[in-house]
Design a protein around this ligand. Structure first.
Ligand SMILES: [Mg+2]
Length: 206
């Protein structure tokens, strides 16, 4: 099987450290770790202006944030077993192409770069020019990932984002949706919700 694999919040533990830093910067209180997620940002619209958020995000992403992320502990062993079982893995992230060096160095340090046939980052041309620089844009990321899924003839995709997962499923791709507090509402016949990497391994019989 050919599988696309998202990085942030699928391989990398991303939302929790992001929200922690955000809360620290703007003096916001966070709930229990299990409920921390991107959905909380929407509820802080009145507390922090879009311009301040953008400045914060760009500064964070231009620093060591991506290089410092942890990965989910079961991930490396499961990826290894998937490859041994004959599956082809493609890392597909909506991180910008200019973050390739940081991203590949980090994947190599974590010992998992070798499991991927290729690493795909979002090219400049796939960004919506009307969208503020660096701000998360799920619809253009969904189009980009759906296009790649078609080009690479992917059978399945590991993803956490609602818009992206829905777009891929509608395009005929099977999705392993990594359970996160921001995607709990999503259900689709081609989407299997998974608690983590061990569950993916079970689905694939590896
Ligand atoms: Mg993600």
């Amino acid at each position: 099987m050919k599988l696309g694999i998202d990085l942030d919040d699928v391989i990398a533990v991303c939302a929790v450290p992001y929200l922690r830093k955000f809360a620290q910067e703007f003096g916001v209180e966070l709930p229990d770790e299990r409920e921390i997620g991107w959905h909380l940002l929407a509820s802080l619209n009145e507390r922090v202006s879009p311009a301040d958020r953008d400045r914060f995000r760009i500064k964070l992403y231009d620093g060591t944030f991506f290089a410092d992320l942890d990965i989910y502990p079961e991930c490396p062993a499961v990826l290894e077993r998937m490859v041994e079982a004959g599956h082809d893995l493609f890392f597909v992230t909506a991180r910008a192409e200019r973050r390739r060096m940081t991203t590949e160095t980090w994947l190599r340090e974590k010992g998992i770069l070798r499991h991927a046939k290729a690493v795909h980052l979002k090219p400049m041309g796939d960004f919506n020019p009307d969208w503020p620089r660096g701000r998360y844009d799920p619809s253009s990321s969904a189009e980009y990932k759906a296009r790649l899924a078609k080009e690479l003839r992917l059978d399945a995709f590991c993803e956490d984002d609602v818009v992206i997962a829905k777009t891929l499923a509608s395009a005929g791709v099977r999705v392993f949706l990594f359970d996160q507090p921001w995607n709990r509402e999503l259900a689709h016949e081609r989407i299997s919700r998974v608690a983590g990497w061990s569950a993916v391994a079970e689905h694939l019989g590896v």
